[in-house]
Design a protein around this ligand. Structure first.
Ligand code: ZN
Length: 217
């Protein structure tokens, strides 16, 4: 089963992907991770763009993703996260998957209101000394604003501040809306309400999957 997952920052995409990965025994392919791996293993084509701070062209991105999807661990399928980001990439993906005699079965579009996302992101706290992560709603430190592990002060990362979050949501929406239309036309897009708790979101997603692909039960 081949899944693609879309969702704005802070919507719980990583959590859902790892739950689905365990449930269906297919890997979570995050392009962020693949890129970091490729760079640390010395992919010079990729490195030259990253070092100069340039946008990596579609052609290079496509090649890296295609290589990842051809791996043995993907033989039963995958959950692709962070790709495609453009309709050109979506077309490339369709062809790459077709060459593997597969298809993208479902595109999970995780949806939450801006308020909900901001509420979640601004609840995150980070230890500037040891990097430990906390959440003042779901994973409170024992002592307010103090790291349990090293006793340093906790702070909000720049990325998690409301203004930055709003900007990131906006960028995400501009980037994703053509893809949402693209997959809607292909009739494989499933909107997922990401506002309930992770377990509930997971249950509604497995419901969607098992209705669309009954043999996945
Ligand atoms: Zn700490």
């Amino acid at each position: 089963m081949q899944l693609v997952i879309f969702g704005p920052p802070g919507v719980g995409k990583g959590t859902l992907a790892s739950m689905l990965s365990k449930r269906y025994n297919i890997p979570h392919i995050s392009t962020g991770d693949i890129f970091r791996n490729e760079i640390s293993s010395g992919n010079s084509e990729l490195i030259q763009y990253v070092e100069k701070g340039l946008l990596v062209p579609d052609m290079v991105v496509n090649k890296v993703v295609e290589k990842a999807l051809k791996q043995e661990i993907c033989r039963n399928g995958f959950i692709l996260d962070g790709y495609p980001r453009t309709t050109d990439q979506a077309e490339f993906l369709e062809n790459a998957v077709w060459k593997l005699k597969k298809k993208v079965d479902i595109v999970l579009n995780m949806v939450a209101s801006e308020d909900e996302i901001i509420k979640r992101m601004t609840a995150r706290r980070n230890c500037s000394k040891c990097g430990a992560l906390y959440n003042i709603i779901t994973m409170k430190p024992k002592k307010k604003d103090v790291c349990d592990k090293c006793g340093s002060a906790l702070s909000i990362r720049k990325d998690d501040e409301p203004e930055t979050v709003k900007k990131r949501i906006q960028v995400y929406q501009e980037e994703t809306s053509p893809l949402v239309d693209y997959y809607k036309k292909k009739k494989i897009l499933a909107d997922i309400d990401a506002s309930p708790r992770p377990r509930q979101v997971f249950n509604s997603v497995t419901g969607v999957i098992e209705r669309k692909i009954p043999q996945q039960q």
